[in-house]
Every structure is written in structure tokens, then in C-alpha cells.
Design a binder for this molecule. Sequence first.
Ligand code: SAM
Length: 437
Amino acid sequence: MQDNVNSLKNTVCRGSTTSLHPSQNESGGGYTAIRGFIFACTQKSEYECLNRLLFCTDQVYGPIVVRIRQGDLLFLNNVETNMLHGVFKATSDGGFNIQPNVFNGKYPYQVQVQPLGQMTSLTNAKSLLQKRGIKRNTPLFGERLGDFLDLFMPQQSRLASIDRSDSHNTRELITQEKQRIRDSIHKVDVETEIPLVEPTTFWDFPKQSYGSTPKGNNRYPGVTPALIIYNMLWRYTKPGDLVVDPMCGSGTTIDVCKAEKRRAIGYDIAPAHPEVIQNDARSIPLEDKCADMVFIDSPYGNNVSYNTHPSNIGGISSESDEFYGELEKVMKESHRILKEGKALGWLIGDQWVKRKFTPVGFEIYTRLCQYFEPLDIICVLRRGQSSNTGLWLNRARRLNFYLRGFKYLIIVSKSPSYGKRPEKDRKVEWTYYARER
Ligand SMILES: C[S@@+](CC[C@H](N)C(=O)[O-])C[C@H]1O[C@@H](n2cnc3c(N)ncnc32)[C@H](O)[C@@H]1O
């Protein structure tokens, strides 16, 4: 492989301007928005990134990489030397395993890059980024990106005659980029902050959707908060995987999968999204072991009126055995279509109706465990409920009952489970007891 590092480090990149036309949309016609993204590296990985002209990262920052388009602008932050290198231009879309064996497969989220003229390296990267409120998951666009580019603009020599042609070339390229950014400002299509996966078992999403496009229909009764599916995807699948939602309603799973570059098939007894296929979840028309993940936000009983279809399980009370029996058929089908070792997420809530509490979540968990291995349970804060009014809050206090405040996201896997249990007995050192000794 040609050694690119030295030529870049000398900040002279002859002939390395990208072949992309600076102001054209690669798909032809109009402009696409230009965004900027920051990658991080260490001393060791910097060499590999610059030499291969390939920026790489792991699953944590995968959501950022799948949003990168050819033509976006990239910067490389060496967190050890505290340097920020730029400007680079993406010559591919962000992808998964573009070069599979780089870093022993540790950093599969990758994008190919070319320097935009001369590479400039700025010192004090940390404070420079902090001052501007720029994190790795905050894409730059519009004026903010234009201003950021100015940092990398080579200084003009006072004697124009001795101005080096490389600097001149870089200045021109950056100026062209700034124009391209201005021209496409009205088309910006990326979040101001790309969500990272939740680190704890308590999730709270104030909004139903995220990003610049709708995910599902937030007027659909019982619509799923899109970030629940987002978190499931980024924890348990990778780009290109097949995700199946047998009770897909207004299609939130389909929309989230599209945004996160997964394939999706959604069914519902009464579809409310053009791509959701009409089907009864108790018999899924897919072959065995084809899905990489199943997500289900099932009815929690007959508390919500989804539709009047006679096969709607949401018409059966969760106080009856029949309800669980019918959902168990959905569990069996989900188990059949799921690949070995892959995950299923089931969103469910308990019921309190007419002074009677029904622990729907525990019952669903027990039934799921007959087929799957438990991986975890997430507590999802309930928001946007019709009972979230002063009247109901007061009633709950006066009449001594609780309004439902959370749902369970039960995560299970089709055995053999994730990361297989160790052969030997595990020895856990509990900090508390260790301290006591
Ligand atoms: C909580 S909603 C799902 C919401 C969906 N995830 C969304 O974001 O729009 C439950 C869904 O289960 C569907 N459903 C009920 N019985 C079904 C059955 N037998 N087969 C397939 N879907 C069914 C309902 O029509 C409803 O859309």
C-alpha cells in the first residue's frame, strides 16, 4: 500500500483533491446538504487511518457513521496528541466493514476519505471543540460548519507572489465547500445531536420521534417511541440485518430501520402505514430462522381501541387467560423466525382498571421465558398518556391508586444466548462485601 501518512503529515497533498464536483449532488440534480463529522483516533490508529484514507470507529459511534454521505466533510481528532486534522472529504458513504480486517475488525464502521488539498493540523483540539460545543455526535452544518472550516484555511502570505500553490489550492477548495454548504443549507437532514445508545436500564424519551423525518405516526393509538426501537437496533443488530415487527401498526419499526440502515418487514392485522403488510401475528409468512431481530409492541389488553378487526388481540382483556394464550402464539412464531442467538424486544405495560391491578408485564415475561432466554428488562417511562391530566393525577391521589408510570421492555434471546455463559462457575466480587471483609 502506498504510504499516505508522510505526504499528509508534511501537509502537502499533491494531486489529492477529490474528484467530486464541489457543488453537485452525486445523485444528479439539485444539492444535498453537506454535513461535517468528527472522528477520533489515537497515536497508533492515526497512522492506519491516514495511511488507508479510511476513518473507522466502533459500534458506539455507528449511528454517526451510517449518516455520513459521500461529499460530507470529516475531521480527525487525535485524542492523545490533542490535535485536530482536517479537512477531509468522504469519498464513500459511511458503511459497515468497508475494509473488514482493519484493526482486527474492532472498528467496523468506516468511511473512505480524501484530504481537501493540504491537511492542516490544529493544536489544543479538546478546548477548541469544547468551546464550540462540538462532540462526536453533534454533526456540523450550515453556518457553524462554514465557520469551523475557517480554522483550517491556510493563511495567505502577505507576498502573493510567494504564496505556495498548495495553500492557494486548499483555500480555493475550502471556499468552494463553504459555498456548497450555503447553497444546501435549506436541505439539512441530520439531527443536531445524534442519540447514543442508552447506558442504563431506565429509558425516558420525551418525544415519540427523532431526527428530521417522522418515525411512525404519533397520532396512532399506542404508537411506539421511536428511540426504543433505535436502541434495540443499535444494541442487537448491525446495518443490513433483517428486523421483523409482527404488530407494526403505524410502521415505526420500518421507519427507524430505514434511518438506521437495517432491512425491515412489518405486519399488522390492520396496517396504518403504506409498507406494513396485512397479516395475523399468530402466523408469520416467513421461513424459519430468517430474522436478526424481532420487535413487538403488543396490545397490553383491551385498553386501547386500535381497530375493529375480529382478529385484533387488542380486543381481548388482559384479565383473561385467552389474552396470554393468543400472545403466546405470537411468541412461538417469533421464536421460529428468529435466528439462533438473536434478540427479541417486547414492549408491554401493566393494567389498573376499576380497582383491579393486572401484572401484564410479569405474565408476558413468564411466558416469554418458556421459549427464550432473558437478557434484560428495561423500564421505559410512560409519557404522552391521555391520563396525564390534573384530573387523573388528583384522582390517583384521592382514590389511592397509581397511574401507570412505566412500561417494560423485555429483552430475550433465542438460545444459545448472547456471549454464551462461561463454562466454569462465575466468581463475582461484590464491592459491598469486599469492603466488609
Ligand atoms: C401497540 S400497537 C403497535 C404500535 C406500533 N409499534 C407503532 O409504532 O405504530 C399494537 C398493534 O398490534 C396490532 N395487532 C393486534 N392484534 C394483532 C394480530 N392478531 N396480528 C397482528 N397485529 C395485531 C394492532 O392492530 C396494533 O397496531
